[in-house]
Design a protein around this ligand. Structure first.
Ligand code: ASP
Length: 335
């Protein structure tokens, strides 16, 4: 049974076979075995994927690719939901969350870290240079400074202006993108949350993932979302696949979202079916809450097959491989 539950990649034949939990084999189209491949959440995933692709197409590792990829939105001053220029918390502090994980279960994360523009690289340092998985707040900052990361002011004049505007009403209501929008050519500020979660499969067949965010704008000081929680915002298992999430992190944490998606794929679900079941579990548990919020999952199995699902319309994800480097795909949704 264990063997039947594993994904078997029949690369010699140009196709792969997936065995479901019930033992019914499902063919994966040959195109799905095309590797390397990188996928990531939202429209800003397109530019991030292209950076990751530089690594993957040169034969680099999935781990290096995801770190390099998500550093692009972390550095983008137009992006107010990831990294530098992320919108601050209720009290005006920019605090960032990030995690990284490879196919062997190695992982690292930082939560509520301030003054560091690239939390994903600190997360990788936690993974590679400490016996720990997660460092938070002051301790995460101290570790980053010891590792030579520069201490910077992350609150940009534009983010400060938006925060002061918000203070006039101080109403906390994360907005849902209800149609697929492409913010790439617009000035920043159109969104007050959204995370980049990136999953990559390299030429050696190894998977890795990264997830980085400034979380929900105007959150309570100290609030941590799903993104730095292994199993919630990100999970990778080299035997099965990888998953990441975006949206209201509290609901993802409650349901161990990304871990659930990977476990559903282990039982034979396609990435899209697995994402759909994870979303529908959130909806079933709290139907009234789910109507008002967005959560989206993105998954890739170890054969390179990709799928996504969200509660609401408006979720999109970017795919990049040898065939197409700038695909932006509308995610399917339950509502
Ligand atoms: N998942 C992120 C958080 O809850 C925010 C988002 O992706 O919109 O911090």
């Amino acid at each position: 049974m264990t063997d039947r539950r594993r994904f078997i990649q029949a690369s010699m034949l140009g196709s792969a076979v997936l065995a479901t939990g019930g033992g019914v084999a499902r063919s994966v189209p040959a195109a799905a075995v095309c590797k390397p491949r990188v996928v990531s959440t939202w429209d800003f995933g397109v530019a991030a994927n292209q950076e990751a692709w530089k690594v993957l197409s040169a034969g680099g590792t999935a781990l290096d690719a995801v770190e390099a990829g998500v550093r692009i939105p972390e550095a983008d001053l137009r992006n107010h939901s990831v990294g530098r220029a992320g919108y601050p918390d209720r009290d005006g502090h920019v605090s960032l969350d990030a995690s990284i994980m490879d196919q062997a279960g190695n992982c690292g994360a930082v939560a509520a870290i301030e003054h560091i523009a690239h939390p994903i690289s600190v997360a990788r340092a936690v993974m590679e240079k400490t016996p720990h998985v997660l460092l938070v707040g002051e301790g995460a900052l101290q570790f980053a400074l010891e590792q030579g990361f520069p201490r910077e002011e992350l609150l940009t004049p534009e983010s400060e202006k938006a925060w002061k505007e918000w203070l006039k009403t101080a109403k906390y209501s994360p907005s849902i993108n209800s149609e697929v929008k492409d913010f790439r050519n617009l000035p920043g500020g159109a969104r007050n949350h959204d995370t980049i979660g990136m999953l990559a499969l390299d030429a050696h067949g190894n998977l890795s993932g990264a997830c980085t965010t400034s979380g929900m704008a105007w959150k309570l000081r100290g609030r941590v979302g799903d993104s730095p929680i292994i199993g919630a915002g990100l999970y990778v298992d080299g035997e099965v696949g990888a998953a990441t999430s975006t949206g209201v992190g509290e609901e993802v944490i409650r349901n161990c979202g990304s871990f659930l998606v990977v476990e559903l794929m282990r039982q034979g679900r396609s990435p899209q079916d697995a994402c759909r079941e994870a979303v529908e579990r959130i909806i079933r548990k709290k139907p009234a809450t789910a109507k008002e919020i967005q959560v989206g999952f993105l998954a890739m199995n170890r054969a390179g097959e990709v799928g996504a699902w969200a509660i609401q319309k408006g979720f999109s994800y970017a795919v990049c491989d040898a065939v197409k480097q700038d695909a932006l795909i509308p995610g399917k949704s339950s509502y």
